[in-house]
Ligand binder design. Structure first.
Ligand SMILES: *[C@@H]1O[C@H](CO)[C@@H](O)[C@H](O)[C@H]1NC(C)=O
Ligand SMILES: *[C@@H]1O[C@H](CO)[C@@H](O)[C@H](O)[C@H]1NC(C)=O
Length: 781
């Protein structure tokens, strides 16, 4: 979603749309500063006593009352992100589009920096926070972001509906938006979604109230932006029912069912020949019917227009509009529904009842947010002092420290010592960057600590960028970098990517470091007098095999895009103030992987020469595997307690439907609540430095008679723990047989295989649990 999307609409009509957007945007500027509350101002004698303003009535009663007062034309102006005012009812204009991917952002037109709110805390980009493998951290970030958003809303600088997080599973390493995601593992992405959404929305508020309305996007099977001329506006993702159920939809389901998110956004692409925002099965059927969304469904920006203009989905715009609303779309980011819905209703393609349904979903969310509560605003105490507060900025630093991953450390060359490494050469195009560290969908940061500044707190620095930008095409300054390295006690190269290489609407075609970076790294490493440390900034993985295998390069750190305090966190890790504990949330493939695999292939599973995707299915060579990440200390795990058997009851009604009793049981045919396993793992820090360790549990199903290519192993639980040197801590992890030990068949049906399941604890421990169906006769009684 981005403003420039509008550019892609090429027909004449698009000029009208652009005019509409600009017109709306200008209008919004003037009215958005008029203070909180959208309606029901207590000084307005006309509306004060109307039922929709009465906070003591149930929300559905208020919503029904308001809908009953609106004309069709008024209703239609509320189907788009820039909802028009209804002055006779005291309702102001509302801009639905706000973003808060990793801090309050001004990418959406509903949020503006300036005046009392010059900036907001800019946390690490999501891929970095994901590498922390700490769900409490994800929720804590969400809480801080929602405090800052509420404060800005109170000051008239933001809305309350935020279209974050992005929970698409990172399927292909080239994706320009890899940085926005929590990585490639469906369980991690689902946990991230649930935790961040809870933080943003305020958890379990009384009476269903919301602090903010978050949005899980982009539903579904979306992770191709623009690759070799194939773009997201035309792409038809061919997805099997199996992959949809056990990969692409996993985070969305968790976000709705467990995170109780207030919104889901459908994507630009088609899935199996249908635009997602016009697919009644995907929207009404799955999101509402199966997962019971309590909230609204919004389109990606201009995607309703894209459907007609780019995908030629229907004969007329009215048919497109009717198809989306009937499928379950409630709100259009873009002007299309405002322009064509009236004609769709007049020509009988849509009923006013359909429009009412959509409206009741959006209005309910606005009322849950308190937007119709007049001056009685919850969180009214939050103001400018709560934005960029020291505590908030400290959390941004903590998140970066937790997310940075140590990938190589030959001969314990790290941590550096301020006593022995008094002079440090700081080299590379990312060595003194600011906005590069916050990635995309960012706002204006409170301030920055660049790597150069961070390292400068520990040592005297000699700065030589070597390359002027990440895609540097000349080596004319490499000599200066070599000289700096030759005369320093240690060399830190800060290399990698930025938004010119990977971003929304731009996928990569190569995984290698761009430009002449590889040459710079190799030459500087040869020239260095002291240890050479390579620090990488990137959202997606980079093939740095050359550096991994180069004995002259002592250590490699991956920082992702580490946020406003990124340089401080990098320096803290380099000098051992902080012991690194991050783990890679995605596989780092070698370059030849992307030369072999088309980005358009949505298959997760390997087969017929196709290598498959992510650690769950891909078994070929890697540069660094999913979960990689070292520490300055050593940990030893042992299993303290774990059940060895589990009986799976068959529901009486389904008993005669399950033919192969000793083979597998459909998840729908058992009582999932009774199928929890608790494992206790002891983690001992056997080294000399305090540190954090992430316990990762992977499950592997029994060998099945009818093998439908299930993941060999997949992550089912993780828990991060801080352990002091020499000490031991016990970690409890929960596994649910329905969620974590089930496999998905080719029809998308989840089944629990009976027999011996293996649970791997990291790479070194393995435990078996035997699953059997319980006695049928007993159950039937
Ligand atoms: C995880 O994050 C929470 C919340 O910020 C923090 O208190 C805790 O120390 C972190 N856990 C570890 C093991 O670092
Ligand atoms: C179980 O079998 C009985 C008798 O054949 C049948 O009437 C009933 O519908 C079956 N139950 C289910 C849930 O299929």
């Amino acid at each position: 979603m981005e403003h420039t999307n509008i550019i892609i609409i090429t027909r004449k009509l698009s000029f009208i749309l652009i005019f509409f957007s600009f017109f709306y945007a200008c209008f919004e500027l003037q009215t958005s500063m008029s203070g909180p509350g959208l309606a029901c101002d207590p000084s307005n004698g006309v509306t004060r006593s109307l039922p929709f303003c009465r906070t003591n009535l149930p929300i559905q009663v208020r919503v029904r009352d308001l809908i009953g007062r609106l004309t069709l034309q008024e209703k239609i102006t509320h189907l788009v992100n820039n909802a028009a005012p209804v002055e006779r009812l005291g309702i102001r204009r509302y801009e639905w589009w706000n973003e808060a991917l990793h801090g309050v952002s001004n990418v959406g037109p509903g949020t503006r920096f300036g005046g009392a709110f010059p900036g907001a805390t800019s946390f690490p980009q999501v891929i970095t926070s994901a590498a922390a493998f700490n769900s409490s951290l994800w929720e804590a970030i969400g809480r801080v972001v929602s405090d800052e958003a509420r404060a800005m809303y109170n000051g008239g600088a933001a809305g309350l509906t935020f279209w974050s997080p992005n929970v698409n599973v990172l399927r292909d390493p080239r994706w320009g938006r890899s940085q926005e995601t929590p990585g490639e593992d469906p369980h991690v992405v689902a946990q991230y979604a649930v935790s961040y959404v809870k933080g943003l929305q305020g958890g379990d508020n009384p009476n269903n109230h919301l602090k903010l309305a978050a949005c899980c996007k982009h539903y579904t099977a979306y992770d191709l932006d623009d690759w070799k001329g194939i773009d997201r506006y035309h792409f038809n993702a061919r997805v099997s029912a199996q992959d949809l159920e056990d990969t692409y939809n996993v985070p969305f389901k968790a976000c709705v069912e467990e995170g109780k998110v207030a919104s889901v956004m459908c994507s630009y692409n088609q899935v199996n020949g249908k635009p997602t925002c016009a697919d009644p099965n995907l929207l009404r059927g799955v999101i509402r019917g199966q997962w019971h969304l309590n909230g609204y469904i919004v389109s990606d920006c201009d995607s309703v227009g894209v459907m007609f203009e780019q995908q030629h989905f229907t004969e007329t715009p009215e048919d497109t509009v009717a198809a989306t609303i009937k499928a379950g779309l409630d709100l259009d980011c873009g002007p299309y529904l405002a322009i064509y819905t009236e004609k769709a209703v007049r020509t009988g393609k849509l009923s006013e009842g359909d429009v009412n349904n959509a409206l009741s979903n959006t209005l309910t969310v606005q009322m849950r947010l308190g937007l119709f509560d007049g001056a009685q605003q919850p969180y009214g105490y939050l103001g400018p002092k709560d934005v960029c507060s020291p505590a908030h900025q400290q959390l941004a630093l903590q998140a970066a420290r937790e997310g940075i991953v140590l990938l190589k450390n030959t001969g314990r060359s790290l941590p550096l010592s301020p006593q022995r490494h008094r002079t440090v050469a700081v080299i590379g195009p990312n060595s003194d960057v600011t906005v590069t560290m916050i990635g995309n969908y960012a706002g204006v940061a409170c301030g920055y600590t660049t790597p150069l500044h961070g390292i400068g707190r520990y040592a005297k620095t000699v700065h030589q960028p070597g390359c002027s930008g990440v895609a540097c095409t000349t080596n004319q300054n490499f000599g200066f970098a070599e000289i700096a390295a030759r005369h320093s006690d240690a060399t830190v190269l800060v290399m990698g990517l930025d938004q010119s290489i990977e971003r929304e609407a731009k996928d990569r075609v190569s995984l290698l470091l761009p430009g002449l970076q590889q040459e710079l790294v190799a030459r500087v490493a040869r020239a260095s007098r002291g240890p050479t440390i390579l620090v990488l900034m990137s959202g997606g993985p980079v093939d740095v095999t050359f550096a991994r295998d180069d004995p002259k390069i002592s250590a490699i750190l991956w920082a992702g895009y580490p946020g406003q305090a990124g340089g401080a966190a990098i320096a803290d890790i380099l000098f051992g103030t902080v012991n690194p504990g991050g783990r890679l949330p995605m596989t780092w493939y070698p370059e030849n992987y992307v030369q072999k695999v088309a980005m358009t292939n949505m298959e997760m599973r390997a087969g017929g020469g196709y290598p498959g995707r992510t650690y769950r299915f891909y078994k070929g060579p890697v540069v660094f595997p999913f979960g990689a990440g070292m520490s300055y200390t050593n940990f030893k795990q042992s299993l303290a307690q774990a059940p060895t058997t589990l009986s799976v009851p068959l529901l009486a009604t389904s008993a005669n439907m399950t033919t192969k009793l000793n083979d597998e049981v459909k998840v729908a045919h058992t009582n999932c609540d009774s199928l929890n396993l608790e494992l206790h793992v002891d983690v001992k820090n056997t080294g000399e430095m305090d540190g954090t360790h992430t316990v990762m549990l992977f499950s592997a199903p029994p060998r099945l008679a009818k093998n439908t290519a299930h993941p060999e192993r997949q992550l089912v639980a993780f828990e991060k723990v801080h352990v002091m040197a020499g000490a031991k801590k016990r970690v409890r992890l929960n596994v649910n047989a329905c969620k974590h030990l089930s496999v998905v068949d080719e029809f998308g049906v989840r089944r629990i295989p009976m027999g011996e399941h293996s649970i791997h604890i990291g790479n070194d421990l393995k435990h078996s649990v035997s699953l059997q169906t319980s006695n049928l006769e007993q159950i039937k009684v």
